[in-house]
Design a binder for this molecule. Structure first.
Ligand code: AMP
Length: 467
């Protein structure tokens, strides 16, 4: 089914074609008719599903008719996501006279005030900056007909609920409201009740289902050896573009420095980096000038770079939702990607919670030639894992066993990791070059085939012998 069955005006269809989309994604197919109908909507869809076009395209269709003034407002948690949504909207609107604008914090106000004075039909904004500008009388919200709350759970997580309520009070009562969120925490539920009227629900990808095409693996490793192990992994695989996630800004800087010293082209991206530094880093990754972006969770919102081949969780994320969001940065629509998690013994509990959430186990992988500085018993403990992934303890059932046992189609059409690596290494009787152990329920076909060449790791003392 093509886009032309969705009742979008020709000028918008032209923009969609120019963006290179041939078929709507499932969320677009379901949400666009509802939004065109003027109904309120709650969309449970994660990034990577095409949700931005699902709300922008029908909004643009509405804006083509009627008076030109600020009639549509999209609120996002971060400036990166705001900038990304604006870029997409401009793209789709390029064959119309609709003016799209964006405002976010961390940059001077006057240019944004000037831009608003020039007239905007669709504004993408972060909540705090929108309120600042409204307080300075730089914009009027009286004519807003459509409000979108994008990644609403994250906005509430970040403490924006009071700002959202303030904004809701400034908007006309009679409007259409669309809310997109991967999860529905209680605070958000309250905001949703205040903001939406009889919303239709499009429950597309439950947040426990990472997008298709993502192959996942866990690498147990002592915390102090994570960078060495990452270096070892990097030397074994073809990495086009990688995002490495850390829990803290400080951690992101440190890992970026360590990888830089190992001659990788790398840049950090987090809340302490200026807007221009963040934009430069993203642009460099897009253009292939750098290979690795080291990011915190907050900064990762809105990172939308085509063809990210690998996501590495340098630290196990705080919450299962963050895990799903992080690994959603690879394997975007129709693409494939690999997501590795470096897990220290202290992080096992957090990872178990993630596996319980996913309803399945993620395969453990250990490199045979890497010196883990651990006793065999410790290694056995770390690769065993004790997650609820097998679904046997009241957790969710493992997903998708029927088609290969591994869950979210991670293994389909891909044959594990083999294609991404630089060629299998022949070891003895044709071993895989890695040892792994899996929980029942994890798919053998999904586990990475870690064939690789031996490598002497710089700055690593091999003489200490193997554990
Ligand atoms: P989103 O979930 O909105 O962040 O979109 C994820 C990515 O999918 C973006 O890079 C979009 O440009 C892309 N995309 C959105 N809709 C389609 C489509 N119908 N066909 C192909 N790619 C799409």
């Amino acid at each position: 089914m093509g886009f032309n069955t969705l009742n979008l005006p020709p000028a918008i269809l032209k923009g969609v074609r120019a963006a290179g989309y041939s078929e709507p994604t499932p969320i677009q197919r379901k949400a666009i008719p509802i939004v065109l109908d003027g109904k309120d909507l709650i969309g449970a869809a994660q990034t990577g599903t095409g949700k931005t076009a699902a709300f922008i395209l029908p909004i643009l269709a509405r804006l083509l008719q009627g008076t030109k003034r600020l009639r549509a407002l999209v609120l996002t948690p971060t400036r990166e996501l705001a900038a990304q949504v604006e870029t997409n909207a401009r793209d789709y609107a390029r064959f119309t006279d609709i003016n799209v604008g964006v405002v976010y914090g961390g940059v001077p106000l006057p240019p944004q005030e000037r831009m608003l004075r020039g007239g905007v039909d669709l504004l993408v904004a972060t909540p705090g900056r929108l309120l600042d500008l409204h307080g300075r009388l730089a914009l009027r919200l009286d004519y807003v007909e459509v409000l979108v709350l994008d990644e609403a759970d994250r906005m509430v997580d970040m403490g924006f609920a009071p700002d959202l309520r303030r904004i809701l009070r400034l908007l006309p009562h009679d409007r259409q409201t669309l809310l997109f969120s991967a999860t529905m925490p209680p605070d958000l539920n309250q905001v949703a009740r205040e903001a939406l009227r009889e919303p239709a629900r499009v429950d597309l990808a439950p947040p426990s289902r990472p997008a298709a095409g993502i192959t996942q693996a866990v690498y147990p490793v002592p915390r102090n050896l994570k960078t060495e192990l990452l270096d070892e992994i990097l030397s074994a695989i073809d990495v086009r573009s990688m995002i490495v996630f850390t829990r803290t800004k400080h951690g992101a800087d440190r890992v970026a420095r360590q990888l830089g010293k190992r001659n990788y082209a790398v840049a950090p991206i987090h809340g302490n980096r200026s807007q221009s530094q963040r934009e430069r880093a993203l642009g460099d990754l897009k253009r292939g000038r750098i290979q690795i972006l080291v990011a915190t969770d907050i900064a990762s919102r809105g990172i939308d770079v085509e063809g990210i081949s690998h996501v590495v969780n340098y630290d196990v994320p705080h919450t299962p939702e963050d895990y799903v969001h992080r690994i959603g940065r690879t394997g975007r629509v129709d693409a494939v990607g690999d997501a590795f998690t470096l897990m220290s013994p202290e992080e096992q509990k957090d990872f178990t919670a993630i596996e319980r959430f996913l309803g399945r186990a993620v395969p453990r992988v250990m490199l045979p030639d890497f010196d883990y500085h651990m006793r065999p018993r410790e290694i056995a403990d770390s690769i065993r894992g004790d997650g609820g992934g097998s679904g046997g303890r009241g957790g969710k059932k493992p997903a998708g066993r029927s088609h290969g046992g591994g869950g979210p189609r991670a293994s389909s059409g891909r044959g594990g990791h083999a294609g991404a690596h630089k060629g299998p290494r022949q070891r003895g009787s044709g071993g895989q070059g890695h040892s792994r152990e899996q929980k029942p329920g994890a798919s053998g076909s999904e586990a990475p085939q870690f064939g690789r060449k031996p490598k002497v790791i710089r700055g690593f003392d091999r003489r200490r012998g193997r554990p």
